[in-house]
Design a protein around this ligand. Structure first.
Ligand code: ARG
Length: 588
């Protein structure tokens, strides 16, 4: 279904042509002065140059033609040459009728889906999840859902960090603590124990200890690098230990992502790229593009137009160990082979931008991937604390994701208890649904690339541009509709009001933007556009709600129109939050 702006523009174009001007000038936009009009067209101003005529005269000519167009109730040509328009009621409700009857509310989905891989989450195994990973999960999940809604075939891959130095550090620390473990005995030929030599909480303590020690102890760090190298070479004991680390960490990660309502189709990691590394490296060497520099293997990725310095992309370290770039390049080869996507989208901290520029350029230059496959990096900013610095715990440590979610759950729970009497269990259950919306909306409502301040008070507020406000609005609508149907009313066969009252029309005008908003959120991988839309809809609804009696409206036809509008508003808001990755409770 065409967007409302396209339809209005078609009417305008025809009018320009009928009045003797080029149709290209008939482009509509949403009015930035809603007090004066709903839509406007500035084409006469541009046309004035071509026709050497005063813009107001052109606007008047076009307005003269539009007088007979029943899409509009009001058309005025105003100085210096604007066309101000108001939509005709039946024309507007005709559009709403078509939206309400359509499964995707008038969104034109892609006729040919793109097979897309989205790489997000990216936690590092055995390191506790911290708030930095929160953004990747939240934004990635929303972008995946936008692409799915638009009709793409999408595979979400968590791309675990499971192959780097942290694995070696854990092994080194473990050897220092328990030198007799069979994993480190080169002569051991038996079966390794099936039980891991640590619990999850031990593992969570081992990594930070090892990481801290490696910072002051050069020899220890060398050991850890050697363990990493041996693991990457397929050493038997270290591979067995690696499996234990994975088996202990992954269930915990799954539990954490589940709480966030984030799910992945693939739980692959850097290590899965291993079988692709050797072939890729020899291909890069064969083409002559990979060369040795100070012992390391590199590929130049500088381009003439670069304004910033662009170091060569490192393929292997001097000891032959794989790097972050190596596994990312080999993962592209792996995805090409196993999925053959038309597009790969990466959601990671924007401070990794250089890494991705290098990887993308290197992949293209060396033929790991063809020009036909789109590679996109969606870099996000930092989540800061009230002090404007990266979010920390009260004592200055790295904030763990679990702790953060517990805090916000608690805060939400208190608010819900204070608001009205509910029993403990119900309040807890509602609090967790609303808290998730608070966190996700707080994040997604900002443009992803920007830093933002994580403000628990603001995010959990029921007023203002927040997740709880959106949910509260949905709950309000649901309770009105439930009351109506509970009293025997039916939502079938209702008709929109073709002569809507002001606040009702304002709400209608917000709703009809749905298809346009989703399409542009998709084009720009921009969930914040959906947040802005549902916020506008919620505001328009609440204004309408405060100015009108709905269930007590005496005019039956008018009441039916109100209810029909409520029903569509609810469905659009629910669809919006579902695309963003959260849901609304029944009561609040
Ligand atoms: N594990 C990485 C980190 O914590 C993020 C991974 C992003 N994805 C990728 N394909 N490099 O920084």
């Amino acid at each position: 279904m065409k967007t409302i702006l396209d339809i209005i523009s078609e009417h305008l174009s025809e009018a320009f042509v009928s009045a003797g001007y080029d149709g290209k000038y008939g482009r509509a936009s949403v009015s930035n002065r809603p007090d004066l009009c709903e839509f406007q067209c500035n084409g006469a101003l541009a046309a004035a140059k071509e026709y050497k005529k005063a813009p107001i005269m052109i606007a008047q000519d076009v307005a003269g033609v539009l007088k007979d167009d029943d899409a509009f109730d009001e058309i005025s040509a105003v100085a210096p040459g604007f066309l101000n328009l108001r939509l005709n009621g039946p024309f507007l409700t005709g559009y709403l009728d078509r939206m309400a009857a359509d499964e995707k509310f008038g969104l034109t989905v892609k006729d040919k889906p793109d097979t897309t891989v989205i790489d997000y989450g990216g936690p590092n195994v055995a390191k506790p999840l911290h708030v930095g990973h929160l953004r990747s999960a939240i934004i990635g999940e929303a972008v995946k859902r936008i692409m799915l809604y638009m009709g793409d075939e999408v595979t979400g891959d968590i791309h675990l960090g499971d192959w780097g130095l942290q694995m070696g550090l854990i092994m080194t620390e473990l050897r220092h603590r328990e030198p007799d473990l069979p994993y480190f005995d080169e002569d051991f030929e038996g079966e390794y124990p099936s039980e891991p030599p640590f619990t999850l909480s031990e593992l969570e303590e081992i990594y930070p200890a090892a990481s801290a020690r490696s910072k002051n102890d050069e020899e220890y760090k060398e050991e850890a690098m050697n363990d990493t190298f041996l693991l990457q070479q397929g050493d038997r004991g270290r591979s067995a230990l690696w499996k234990h680390i994975m088996n202990v960490s992954i269930p915990d990660l799954k539990k954490n992502y589940e709480k966030l309502n984030v799910s992945f189709d693939l739980w692959k990691g850097e290590s899965d790229a291993k079988p692709y590394i050797d072939g890729m490296v020899s291909m890069m060497k064969d083409t002559g593009l990979a060369y040795e520099s100070q012992g390391a293997l590199v590929v130049d990725v500088k381009e003439e137009t670069d304004s910033k310095e662009m170091p060569p992309c490192m393929i292997l370290k001097s000891d032959g160990a794989a790097l972050y770039t190596t596994t990312d390049l080999a993962t592209i080869a792996e995805r090409k082979k196993l999925i053959d996507p038309a597009r790969m989208v990466y959601v990671a901290d924007k401070r990794q931008e250089m890494h991705f520029v290098q990887v993308f350029r290197c992949a293209r230059k060396t033929g790991v991937i063809g020009e036909d496959v789109k590679l996109d990096f969606l870099g996000f900013g930092t989540m800061n604390g009230a002090d404007g610095k990266p979010f920390k715990t009260r004592d200055g440590g790295v904030m763990r994701l679990e702790a953060l979610l517990d805090d916000i759950n608690e805060e939400m729970y208190k608010k819900i208890r204070d608001n009205h009497e509910v029993d403990e269990d119900e309040a807890r259950a509602t609090a967790s649904v609303v808290a998730l919306a608070a966190v996700k909306y707080g994040d997604l409502s900002n443009q992803a690339t920007k830093d933002y301040i994580f403000d628990i008070d603001k995010f959990t507020s029921f007023e203002g541009n927040t997740g709880p406000y959106i949910l509260y609005t949905i709950v309000r609508i649901k309770s009105i509709l439930n009351k109506f149907t509970g009293d025997g009313g039916s939502l079938e066969g209702l008709e929109f009001n073709t002569s809507p009252v002001d606040t009702e029309k304002a709400l209608m005008l917000e709703l009809i933007r749905f298809n346009q908003v989703i399409a542009s959120a998709y084009e720009e991988l921009a969930p914040h556009k959906i947040c802005a839309y549902i916020y506008d809809v919620a505001n328009a609804f609440n204004r309408f709600y405060h100015e009108n009696r709905i269930l007590n409206e005496e005019n039956a036809a008018r009441k039916a129109g109100f209810l029909k509008l409520l029903d569509l508003t609810k469905r659009l808001l629910e669809t919006g939050i579902d695309i963003l990755g959260f849901s609304a409770p029944e009561k609040m």
